[in-house]
Ligand binder design. Structure first.
Ligand SMILES: C[S@@+](CC[C@H](N)C(=O)[O-])C[C@H]1O[C@@H](n2cnc3c(N)ncnc32)[C@H](O)[C@@H]1O
Length: 240
């Protein structure tokens, strides 16, 4: 199952989608943290750290941060896992990986969530922050997460979900669909287009129930979703 239908306003087919998304992130990487921290009113990095604490990430853990982007989540995971742990960031965008390197994330791999270049059972925790909408197929991606986790390992996925209320949705549409892309124009046309696309994929994304069902189909037990401030979804599940 695709996370959202093909958005023909941006690309005509799947191969072009993949190239387009990578180009947007490559071009926007140097400005990405500034834009998203402004968009989240400064709370984004703090929120990611808090979810890791809630997931119980501790010293010695082996963590793969899929779609690590500029490395915010991977860096925070590294602080918790300590010297006895091992945190790897994975992302297809060379531009995003270059920024993650400057943040101090030492282990980085250029790859996609759909084909992870690690052996079965290599990790205790897989994290993915705000990137589920960019994979080609949810069940296939979750099967890949399951494969590289040890039995009993955990997955933690952060996403933005449109609020249930009509007014809340309209407000978020104005903020993320109009205001943020307009402000991102200061960082260039690609950044502005990426932020407009960001909202469109959120609005077109399959509902949370489908994501939970895909986790179960991918080999995860007890998939759950926690919602904060009406829009921040935190999915967790255990490798069966
Ligand atoms: C919105 S950013 C999120 C970055 C980071 N996880 C965070 O929390 O800020 C989405 C990231 O997903 C990456 N991405 C796009 N397609 C992907 C794929 N198929 N597999 C893994 N990552 C992908 C992009 O290169 C980008 O770095």
């Amino acid at each position: 199952m695709r996370p959202h239908p093909l958005l023909e306003r941006y690309y005509p087919d799947e191969p072009t989608r993949v190239r387009r998304v990578r180009r947007w992130f490559d071009a926007t990487a140097p400005a990405y943290d500034r834009i998203t921290q402004a968009m989240s009113l400064g709370s984004g990095h703090w929120f990611r750290r808090r979810t890791l604490a809630r997931a119980g990430l501790g010293a010695g853990a082996r963590v793969l941060d899929v779609a690590c982007g500029t490395g915010v989540l991977a860096h925070a995971a590294g602080e918790r896992a300590g010297d006895t742990g091992r945190v790897v960031g994975l992302d297809p965008s060379a531009g995003m990986l270059a920024v993650a390197r400057t943040r101090g994330v030492a282990r980085l791999v250029q790859a996609t969530a759909e084909a992870i270049p690690f052996a079965d059972g290599s990790f205790d925790l897989v994290t993915m922050g705000y990137a589920l909408r960019h994979v080609a197929d949810l069940e296939g991606t979750f099967r890949e997460f399951r494969r590289i986790l040890r039995p009993g390992g955990r997955v933690l996925i952060l996403e933005i979900t449109p609020p249930a209320s009509r007014a809340g949705r309209a407000l978020l549409r104005f903020y993320m669909g109009r205001l943020v892309p307009a402000l991102a124009r200061l960082d260039g046309a690609q950044a502005s287009e990426l932020m407009a696309y960001y909202w469109d994929t959120i609005e077109q994304c399959v509902p949370p129930a489908s994501i939970l069902a895909a986790l179960a189909a991918g080999g995860f037990a007890a998939p759950s979703r926690r919602v904060e401030v009406a829009v921040f979804s935190e999915y967790q599940a255990t490798a069966a």
